[in-house]
Design a protein around this ligand. Structure first.
Ligand code: MLC
Ligand code: AMP
Length: 505
């Protein structure tokens, strides 16, 4: 096979006039229409001078066309680099610099804002919006609807996904064709996906969950998706009767449970509900079962590794656990000091090895070396333990990370911004419980002596630099930060102090 990822996900559907995407407005995209659009995009990109291995940065709204761009990149041997639509121009500028992408595809409304950045870096800009309009689509209309697939091997890079870091600098996780394909194959079997499945897809397609887990599995199994622009309750409820399965972050499930239209009858025909990207509270699991009779299947993954563990399809789906290592994936819990494996029921750091594990961080050998051991085990930064029955429990994180509505937020990035503001001596950013997002961001600020930092001006500064989901939802002033004997800020004390800010005790 000359391009395994393309052939297994896309190519094998060539000529199929069967539905692939069901849209909210009642329209349907067949596999054939989808592949033709992808082929046209591939022509445009290659004619613009891109060569196999080049990165293509993409920051556009979710749509069938946006997904076709993923297929186009795979077919043309380009490295797909999707970016959260919430990222600011400042953030995007970093990703372009770091990745060396010579092409960016953005929404037409963003072209002017991006111009100073793209002109300075001599980057080629294409536009594409959620309705399939923009200069990329316009050029594509004149192109043939087939494209000769560019040969690639399993070890060639297929995608870069950026993930933030504890130092405040995002890292490009390099994923090969086989990283993606091996995981998709495992999950199709484990979760029993077939060509009869219609996945209710309301996740964004710029992260592992919506792009690789949801989409790759559906394509590999030959099924279809009810493809929603985003998680919007009315649409989810309206489209559920069409679907057989759904994947979501815990916020999806708590929002559904808060809506009385989400009944046992509405969910009765569903085969499977899967949750991941953030901890699903056992309470949500229990409420969901009481309402619908379904036990949500929780699994655990990461940008760097795709999916690592899953509760079983048959057998007990244990609330508060992320199940067993997937076939072909090794998971161990180790002592952070010695790296030795720990016995069951003992908390340690979670390490993962398998064909799913990425190749390293783009041009960051030191960071790669610190997290990816020479023997292939990746140190996830999550803390957990195996119970007596072999289920993995995630009990915390060894990395300073906040997960809000399934988005990862690294406090350091926000602290650097807060520290740079007038009147701020230092700051600590923490995650506190939040009913909708699970956790939300709070900035704790120590003013310089006699200074009175302007909190509104600080919030404004956050707006220009940081994506909205990273903004502190509350800024509080304190006299000093609690520190241990080593001088390290004790965030656990701050988290305890501010735990009732959004969820009153
Ligand atoms: C949106 N906002 C968020 C937010 N999402 N703020 C904090 N955290 C989030 N996750 C902002 C909006 O910009 C808006 O700002 C305000 O919060 C309220 O918006 P909303 O309309 O309520 O939010 P909504 O658009 O409905 O989005 C919420 C969400 C979405 C949960 C549906 O964030 C989402 O789809 N999350 C999924 C993330 C995901 O796919 N993670 C997978 C990562 S991969 P304002 O200005 O109006 O106040 C991974 C690996 C693995 O982790 O294991 O899967
Ligand atoms: P990301 O870097 O965005 O891919 O997020 C990966 C992180 O999300 C993991 O390291 C975990 O901390 C967290 N995560 C993913 N799935 C789960 C889950 N089911 N339960 C708890 N945390 C999870």
């Amino acid at each position: 096979m000359t391009n395994p990822l393309y052939e297994d996900l896309f190519g094998k559907h060539a000529g199929r006039e069967t539905p692939f995407l069901y849209l909210v407005d009642g329209k349907t995209w067949t596999h054939a229409a989808f592949l033709a659009e992808a082929a046209r995009y591939a022509h445009v990109l290659i004619q613009a001078g891109l060569a196999p291995g080049d990165r293509v940065a993409v920051q556009i709204e979710k749509s069938p066309n946006a997904l076709a761009l993923y297929a186009a990149c795979v077919q043309a041997g380009l490295v797909f680099l999707p970016l959260n639509t919430a990222y600011t121009v400042e953030e995007l500028s970093y990703f372009l610099d770091n990745s060396g992408a010579r092409t960016v595809i953005c929404d037409p409304t963003q072209e002017t804002a991006l111009a100073p950045v793209t002109a300075a870096k001599d980057i080629c800009v294409f536009t594409l919006d959620a309705t399939g309009e923009g200069n990329l689509a316009k050029e594509a209309r004149t192109k043939p609807d087939t494209y000769e697939t560019v040969p690639r091997t399993s070890d060639d890079l297929a995608a870069f996904l950026y993930t933030s870091g504890t130092t405040g600098r995002s890292k490009g996780a390099m994923l090969t064709q086989s990283n993606l394909l091996s995981n998709a194959k495992t999950l199709v079997d484990y979760w029993r996906f077939t060509d009869k499945d219609v996945l209710l897809h309301a996740l964004p397609i710029f992260h592992t969950h919506g792009l690789f887990v949801g989409t790759n599995i559906t394509l590999l199994a030959g099924g279809a998706m009810a493809f929603l622009p985003k998680f919007q309750l009315d649409d989810v409820i309206a489209m559920m009767p069409r679907a057989t399965s759904m994947m979501g972050v815990p916020t999806f499930y708590t929002r559904l449970l808060d809506d009385e239209r989400f009944t046992k009858e509405l969910a009765a025909h569903m085969r499977l509900f899967i949750s991941g990207s953030a901890p699903l509270l056992p309470e949500t699991h229990a409420k969901f079962e009481a309402r619908t009779g379904h036990r949500i299947l929780e699994r655990y993954g990461m940008t760097e590794t795709n999916m690592n563990t899953s509760n079983p399809y048959d057998g007990e789906r244990r609330a508060g656990t992320v199940g067993f290592p997937l076939p072909g994936v090794e998971v161990k819990v180790t002592d952070p000091d010695t790296g030795e494996s720990l016995p069951e029921d003992t908390v340690g750091q979670i390490e993962v090895r398998g064909p799913n594990v990425f190749q390293g961080y783009w041009q960051m050998p030191e960071k790669t070396g610190a997290e990816l051991r020479a023997d292939g085990f990746f140190i996830t930064g999550d803390l957990g333990k195996f119970d007596k029955k072999g289920y993995l429990h995630i009990v915390g994180r060894n990395k300073d990370l906040i997960i809000s509505g399934g988005y990862n937020i690294y406090p350091k990035e926000i602290e650097l911004l807060l520290d740079a503001q007038a009147g701020v001596l230092e700051s600590a950013v923490i995650g506190v419980p939040h009913a909708d997002f699970g956790e939300t961001v709070v900035g704790v600020i120590v003013p310089e002596p006699k200074a009175k930092p302007d909190l509104e001006a600080i919030s404004e500064a956050a707006k220009t630099s940081l994506a909205r989901f990273k903004h502190p939802r509350e800024l509080v002033l304190v006299d000093a930060l609690p520190r241990n004997a080593m001088g390290k800020v004790q965030k656990n004390i701050l988290r305890e102090q501010f735990k009732d800010l959004f969820v009153p005790a």
